[in-house]
Design a protein around this ligand. Structure first.
Ligand SMILES: Cc1cc2nc3c(=O)[nH]c(=O)nc-3n(C[C@H](O)[C@H](O)[C@H](O)COP(=O)(O)OP(=O)(O)OC[C@H]3O[C@@H](n4cnc5c(N)ncnc54)[C@H](O)[C@@H]3O)c2cc1C
Length: 376
């Protein structure tokens, strides 16, 4: 289907089903309410066919350009139907699982994710391993029955809601660094997993510590080959830093508009508003170009660090402006609208950390794009 026709059809469907799709809670809602809302929107969009466009036929998609699925994300965000970060998980994990996992595995699993029947999480970071991912220690040992996994992950978003985890494990020696890493597709109800949710600064237990104690993972659940985990991670991170962030521009635009509509006269500095608007549009323009590069079949790589820096800068600027323009909402008011501003302000601080910190993105830009040399 062509993008213009898809846009019109999706908009028409969203208008027709507006009541059914709308959240049943005021303001931001709790994490549980947001997750239930996302599952509902995914199911309705999948059953109506829209969520299958832009995904390959071999995973039960309808094919067509990835721009189609990007538009669906944008449209549901613009209508404020979903929390954009939580909604973006299939765009973070899906493309690389389709590329690396056995075709039978991705064909069986991806439709469950897209329809909202399942949630997946990303088990990369560990207590001693974030920016320096190649140092990870969560160990997978070959046995007659399959991989036996022992170790810990941390900051695993949505682990407590997840049926599956895309897990990076150490299958070589620690010295083998990035060469000794293997990716596994894990059932989260496997014996030996303990999940301990952690509350974020915005007051929701969005991520968790996850412990693995001799957990068994069948060999058929290896994503790619043994030792290909680094290649898998390097394929995935560019999606996490760029295309999965696309609909956040729509969200920031929506929130900026609401900020302008709500601010009392005199509370909004026009120069600051101009600067923030420019940052949101710069991010959107960059993100749009990246979506088009992906649609043209280009491989995404280090240049997606620019998208990530622009997103984090724009996001924090929007909520910094909200602090100035909506002081009561951001500090003392107790209604759901104010609570949402507060939660989103606090969450915006994470934008320079998740998906790789701002400093790391700037290192990548300096070294790999501008050839400015290594760390000193
Ligand atoms: C909201 C949120 C959700 C997350 N979800 C997930 C998830 O689902 N799955 C997952 O695996 N992880 C997740 N993470 C973890 C995230 O990927 C890591 O926090 C991030 O990669 C940074 O790693 P770290 O926390 O270990 O910090 P560190 O790597 O310890 O960094 C600490 C500080 O040192 C700086 N620093 C480190 N190395 C350098 C260097 N070489 N040069 C300059 N500065 C440096 C960093 O920029 C940072 O400011 C999430 C994080 C957040 C905030």
């Amino acid at each position: 289907m062509e993008l213009d026709a898809f846009r019109k059809s999706v908009d028409h469907w969203l208008d027709e089903h507006a009541d059914e799709l709308a959240p049943e809670y005021p303001g931001a809602g709790t994490l549980e309410q947001q997750m239930a809302q996302i599952a509902k929107v995914r199911r309705l969009a999948y059953d109506a066919g829209w969520a299958r466009w832009g995904w390959p036929e071999r995973v039960d998609g309808f094919g067509g350009s990835p721009l189609l699925r990007a538009y669906l994300s944008e449209a549901v965000t613009t209508r404020d139907l979903v929390e954009p970060g939580l909604y973006s998980m299939p765009e973070v994990l899906g493309p690389s699982v389709v590329t690396f996992a056995r075709p039978e595995l991705s064909a069986e699993m991806l439709p469950k994710l897209l329809r909202g029947d399942e949630v997946w999480c990303q088990g990369f970071s560990e207590p001693g391993t974030g920016s320096n991912l190649a140092s990870l220690t969560c160990k997978a040992v070959r046995t007659d029955e399959g991989w036996r996994v022992t170790g810990q992950k941390v900051w695993t978003s949505l682990a407590q809601f997840s049926q599956r985890c895309v897990l990076l494990t150490r299958t070589g020696t620690i010295e083998s660094a990035h060469k000794g890493i293997t990716a596994l597709f894990v059932d989260m109800d496997s014996p030996g997993i303990t999940i301990r949710p952690i509350e974020t600064m915005h007051g929701e237990p969005e991520f968790s510590e996850v412990f693995f104690d001799e957990m068994l993972v069948p060999f058929e659940r290896t994503i790619g080959e043994e030792g290909e985990g680094w290649a898998f991670a390097m394929d995935l991170l560019p999606y996490e830093r760029s295309t999965s962030l696309w609909q956040r521009a729509a969200h920031l635009h929506l929130r900026l508009r609401q900020l302008v509509e709500t601010a009392q006269p005199g509370m909004l500095d026009p120069t600051a508003l101009g600067e923030v608007t420019q940052l949101v549009y710069a991010f959107r323009a960059r993100s749009r170009a990246t979506q088009h590069r992906m649609a043209a079949g280009e491989e995404l790589g280090a240049e997606t660090s620019i998208d990530k820096v622009l997103l984090a800068t724009a996001e924090q600027a929007v909520y910094d402006l909200a602090v100035e323009a909506l002081p009561a909402e951001l500090t003392i008011d107790d209604d759901p609208v104010s609570e949402r501003w507060r939660k989103e302000f606090m969450y915006s601080r994470a934008a320079t950390i998740y998906g790789g910190s701002a400093e790391i993105q700037r290192n990548i830009i300096a070294r790999r794009l501008l050839d400015l040399g290594n760390d000193r």
